[in-house]
Ligand binder design. Structure first.
Ligand code: FAD
Length: 463
């Protein structure tokens, strides 16, 4: 970023415009401001910063409940902490580990807890989690013969894929040392876990039971893919909607048995606290954030944008820039603000263009329900995954919406389906009202926490 500190003509500061004040735009703006003396401006089309990441509140007669509008699982917390560390500020929000990472509930009512990695790091509540982990492993042995041992074998491959993928591809930090374990896991036992096979080929070679296969692969959903081989497509579908086995690394991000960077976490104060913390970091570093400003076109010299609330809203305004960083949705940006053939937007008659690049294959969308509940939710964990795995046919059908881009209505009404339920109050008491109950007989006071529930149902996007 050094070039940004030098002015083009020997005078003034370089100007950087960031498009979009989601967490990505806020973080990159903060980093540019911390590392250079450039003037940084974020233009955000919405009325507030945060993008998909954040929370909203509902007040009922019981009190105020906080719900998440997007993310609920905080993964790889060091990425958040590194941002603050690199900008020489303390991370302002607390990140709590969720142990176990989540509860999986099958359609026949069978339950299992997964993800005890922090317990192996010597977490304080060892005495609670160690028996819980043993119960979980015993449960795997009831799902199939040697289930826990097979889980360990599978997780070792996923862990090696992650250790190599995280440093070399996600963090873009070349780590030669991670390759031997990757190659060993990829090639062992006749390339049983070869990372480019359809995910289900590796699952079939490792597990017998549909439930164990389902436990080991539902994270494919996070990238909008299904685990099952699709014989109607080349290479079993790995170029389309089927995840290659290397995506087992998604399971390792949450369940890696030893890597301290991994696990499932929850931010205290919800994702609103994350957004607010990064927004404050950026503004403290001198970043200017202009909301209600929709960027319409980017040129060599700067950006044209429209303000929503000011008198000049119908006229595109120009912001000169030496560098423009776009952190708006990629398919939207390529069709709408980065196209060369768009007029210069400086006239008052052209309307905002909104289009998507249909060359991309879009992943799934979600329907989310938010409930503010006036009772304690003892059966739910913070994160709960409900899986259809009564039979292989049901398990495959539950992913139908991802494979079948048509007939979305049929898919939702007829097919078995998987869903996720988030109950934030389990880990973070600030998300729901606390109610004091007087227990007359004992004359003691006990507190009860009301619950918030978010249920996410996956649908195939119509794009
Ligand atoms: C339902 C749901 C659940 C999720 N769950 C998780 C989870 O549990 N864990 C997790 O880690 N991630 C999760 N994610 C993903 C996570 O939310 C995103 O990866 C992250 O928020 C993306 O941040 P971003 O800043 O890159 O993009 P965005 O949040 O999309 O921000 C882009 C910003 O650009 C603005 N913008 C767009 N066009 C223009 C324009 N022309 N001019 C000006 N501004 C513009 C938008 O208004 C927006 O504010 C989830 C996402 C969803 C939707």
């Amino acid at each position: 970023m050094d070039g940004l500190s030098i002015s083009p003509n020997g005078g003034g500061r370089r100007r950087v415009v960031v498009v979009g004040a989601g967490v990505g735009g806020l973080a990159v703006a903060a980093r540019v401001a911390a590392a250079t003396n450039a003037q940084v401006l974020i233009l955000e089309k919405n009325a507030e910063a945060g993008g998909r990441c954040g929370s909203f509140e509902r007040t009922t007669t019981q009190g105020t409940y906080r719900h998440e509008r997007g993310p609920s699982l905080l993964l790889l917390p060091e990425i958040y902490r590194d941002l603050f560390r690199d900008c020489n500020e303390p991370c302002p929000f607390e990140i709590k580990p969720c142990i176990p990472a989540y509860q999986v509930v099958f359609d026949d009512g069978d339950c299992i807890d997964l993800g005890f990695s922090k317990q192996r790091q010597g977490a304080a509540n060892d005495s609670v989690t160690a028996p819980a982990e043993e119960t979980s492993r015993a449960k795997m042995d009831t799902l199939e013969h040697d289930g826990a041992a097979k889980w360990d074998e599978y997780m070792a491959a996923c862990a090696a894929f992650l250790d190599c993928g995280l440093s070399n591809f996600i963090e873009e930090r070349f780590d030669l040392g991670s390759f031997p374990a990757f190659l060993y896991q990829a090639l062992r036992k006749g390339a049983k876990a070869w990372p480019l096979k359809p995910h289900s080929d590796v699952l079939d070679a490792t597990f017998q039971s549909t439930k164990m296969r389902a436990l080991a692969s539902f994270q494919d959903l996070y990238v909008g893919l299904e685990p099952y081989r699709n014989n109607r497509q080349w290479f079993g579908g790995i170029l389309q909607s089927t995840a290659p086995a290397v995506f087992g690394l998604l399971a390792a991000i949450e369940l890696h048995p030893t890597n301290a960077k991994c696990g499932v976490f929850a931010p205290v104060g919800g994702f609103a606290a994350v957004t607010a913390g990064i927004e404050k970091l950026a503004t403290d570093l001198g970043v200017d954030i202009q909301c209600n400003a929709t960027v319409a076109k980017i040129t060599q010299d700067g950006v044209y944008y429209r303000g929503k609330n000011d008198a000049t809203g119908s006229v595109a305004q120009f912001e000169p820039a030496d560098l423009v960083i776009v952190n708006a949705d990629l398919p939207y940006a390529t069709q709408t603000i980065l196209l060369d053939d768009i007029d210069d937007r400086s006239d008052s008659t052209s309307s905002d263009r909104f289009d998507w690049d249909d060359k991309y294959i879009f992943s799934s969308g979600v329907i989310a329900f938010h409930w503010s509940v006036d009772k304690e939710l003892t059966d739910l964990n913070t994160h709960n995954v409900f899986l259809s795995a009564g039979s292989l046919a049901d398990a495959k059908a539950s992913w139908k919406t991802l494979r079948d881009t048509q007939n979305t209505t049929d898919s939702l009404s007829d097919a078995p389906f998987n869903f996720y339920v988030h109950s934030a109050s389990k880990t973070d008491p600030t998300s729901a009202p606390k109610v004091i109950q007087w227990q007359q007989l004992k004359s003691t006071v006990s507190s009860q926490l009301f619950g918030t529930i978010e249920a996410l149902l996956v649908i195939r996007s119509s794009h």
